[in-house]
Design a binder for this molecule. Structure first.
Ligand code: SAM
Length: 232
């Protein structure tokens, strides 16, 4: 899978993409991530990519740099790609988008290439949303200063699910939202610290009893904290 990110702050991505699981996924050749500076695609002599909102207000990302970036990066004609059952998906990050959920992440595996647009300021000219983006994603009901963090959140959530990226497949299966339940509590050594003890069952060596305990705890925690996940 190839992931292209379009941003005006490419340097913000290096610390996240160059560490840990995301780095390993690229080293193993499972994912290729490219970060593009939007300014490079601007026709403006000063490489400007934004302009004031018509009617008043803050700055808005202009149509031209984003359309040119998408066309050059994907190598596709933007107006015909929607008709031809394309293998790429253009995603725009916005608080107005559909909320990102774990249960929807794997659907992106069917695309060979994802183009992620990370705006700033007031967001993008509406024509980008209407005619360029295939979908708009929000990472929650709050407003951040830019699309860089939502893009990184999306990439991290996606990449760790790519088969082969996380070596312990079992740990993914038990994670919060996978069943859909919240994860059970975890403990590690020592078995007792300042009088605080690990539940006996976890040090019993009885695998069936441990599995039952974990399942029970997952259900209890989900019922208490996120009963909405159990509906249906
Ligand atoms: N004027 C926009 C509004 O009220 O909906 C907010 C713009 S915000 C300051 C700038 C950019 O940050 C957005 O265009 C979007 O790319 C990103 N952003 C902020 N909050 C976000 C969220 N919850 N989910 C996804 N993207 C977000």
């Amino acid at each position: 899978m190839i992931i292209d990110i379009v941003t005006i702050f490419p340097e913000m991505f290096s610390p996240v993409l160059g560490e840990s699981i995301i780095k390993r996924s690229q080293d193993k050749g499972l994912v290729k991530i490219k970060v593009h500076d939007l300014r490079r695609f601007s026709d403006d002599p000063h490489k400007k990519v934004d302009s004031p909102s018509y009617g008043g207000g803050g700055m808005v990302f202009k149509v031209q740099p984003l359309f040119t970036a998408a066309e050059k990066i994907l190598g596709e004609d933007i107006f015909s790609r929607k008709k031809t059952g394309h293998k790429s998906r253009i995603i725009l990050f916005s608080p107005k988008g559909r909320i990102l959920k774990q249960k929807n992440i794997r659907k992106y595996f069917k695309y060979e290439r994802l183009l992620l647009l990370a705006p700033r300021y007031e967001g993008v000219d509406e024509r980008v949303r209407k005619y360029l983006a295939d979908e708009e994603i929000s990472i929650g009901d709050y407003v951040l200063s830019g699309g860089e963090l939502p893009t990184m959140v999306f990439v991290d959530t996606l990449v760790r699910l790519v088969p082969g990226v996380v070596s312990d497949k079992e740990s993914i299966k038990n994670e919060s939202f996978e069943k859909p339940l919240l994860d059970f509590p975890h403990y590690t050594k020592p078995a007792e610290y300042m009088g605080m003890k690990v539940p006996l069952v976890l040090v019993s060596g009885n695998h069936k009893a441990i599995a039952d305990w974990r399942k029970q705890k997952s259900i209890e925690i989900t019922q208490k904290r996120r009963p909405d996940l159990l509906k249906g």
